[in-house]
Design a binder for this molecule. Structure first.
Ligand SMILES: [Ca+2]
Length: 383
């Protein structure tokens, strides 16, 4: 138990240090917006490339270039430039920007707009696909810091994104396709013109109150793609409906807090938890350790919502169910509504400031992702 908690702190510190490497800028100036015109500097946008083989000298072979400077369009001023030569039938490249100052685990609705300067005409023929139509422009606001990690596939190691950006012309869970590289106004060779894009996202901030804006292209055109980004803006508001936690997600959140100890998904005893369920390792671990049980009929209900009192029982068991004084429940007008099987757990989590109800406990209400993340954050802080 202690070991998990200590490691939990370590992983938070690691996250914190990683975040520090990406020039995170405070954006909580009260306007709920951030704008980047790149007139003074690159504003902390960092380039990212993925879907290319991890071998020596490949960056030179792919002619990766990124730069900050003048956009070759009258009056545009400065922007950020990126270029790469797609030799792998597929190439992702773009820019990432960390944004901080959000409430940890709270879900926001983001609206992103940006300009992309392209010199690609429509209807051109290229290897693998057209230089314009076969290069998808993608955008996302993610909770995870986008990174290109070496992953082996068929005996070859490729750099792949750790987020789901989809493949080439298709979007994924974390990035949507907003258009392509084709010029829309003049079609004269060699001249750049701006295209404007916009997209909306619902994303929960991570435990450090950060999200990541990522804009890029995913190419099926096997040659050089180059473009500039400019006038990037992002606005946000809190999502009206904060997402609730499913039982599968609750297991995952506790598992992550415990620094992801190993568990064998093959030992998962629940027939309604498929082997490809993304939470299966966490569910198996939570069941083996007695933190979360099934319904007694071989079912776990991974998609069922979790109530406040069920979540407190899970946390209480994680702390080995210590002795509890139920009298603390009398301080809340709905303290008597806590189910008998959850009274010790709710009382103990309140007494230990893991759970800090705002006046009422609402024990049978669904717990939101933010509320459970706050409780689990308290676990780490408390120890
Ligand atoms: Ca500019």
């Amino acid at each position: 138990m202690k070991r998990f908690l200590t490691m939990g702190i370590a992983s938070l510190l690691t996250l914190s240090m990683m975040a520090g490497c990406t020039s995170a800028a405070a954006v909580s100036d009260g306007t709920n917006s951030a704008k980047f015109d790149f007139e003074k500097d690159d504003a902390g946008f960092t380039p990212i490339y993925a879907d290319y083989p991890a071998s020596e000298g490949v960056e030179e072979f792919y002619e990766f270039q990124h730069d900050y400077g003048k956009v070759p369009i009258d009056g545009a001023g400065n922007g950020i430039f990126i270029s790469g030569n797609n030799h792998s039938d597929d190439l992702f490249m773009g820019y990432v920007k960390a944004l901080e100052g959000f409430a940890p685990a709270r879900t926001y609705h983001f609206t992103v707009s940006f300009k992309l300067a392209t010199d690609v005409e429509s209807g051109l023929v290229g290897v693998g696909g057209a230089p314009g139509e076969s290069v998808a422009v993608k955008c996302g606001v993610t909770q995870t810091e986008p990174a290109a990690l070496p992953m082996e596939h068929g005996g070859v190691t490729y750099y792949r994104l750790n987020i789901d950006a989809g493949r080439q012309g298709n979007g994924g869970k974390d990035m949507v396709v907003v258009g392509d590289m084709v010029k829309e106004e003049n079609n004269r060779p060699g001249e750049y013109e701006f295209k404007e894009f916009t997209a909306e996202f619902d994303t929960a901030a991570n435990v450090l109150g950060e999200v990541y804006l990522v804009i890029g292209t995913d190419s099926g055109f096997e040659a050089t793609t180059s473009y500039y980004l400019d006038d990037i803006s992002i606005t946000w508001e809190e999502a009206a409906q904060q997402p609730i936690v499913t039982r599968g997600q609750a297991a995952q959140m506790l598992f992550n807090t415990a620094d992801r100890p190993s568990a064998d998904p093959a030992k998962c005893p629940f027939q309604d938890v498929a082997q490809d369920n993304p939470n299966i390792e966490a569910i198996t671990w939570a069941q083996e350790n007695g933190y979360l049980g099934g319904y007694g009929n071989g079912l776990f209900g991974p998609e069922n919502q979790m109530t406040v009192e069920q979540a407190m029982v899970m946390i209480y068991r994680f702390f080995s169910s210590p002795a509890a004084d139920q009298s603390v429940l009398n301080h809340y007008e709905d303290g008597s509504r806590v189910s008998a099987w959850a009274k010790d757990a709710v009382a103990w989590t309140i007494a230990n400031e893991v759970f800090q109800p705002d006046g009422t406990i609402s024990p049978q209400e669904p717990i939101t992702v933010e509320e459970l993340a706050t409780c689990l954050g308290q676990i780490v802080v408390a120890c």
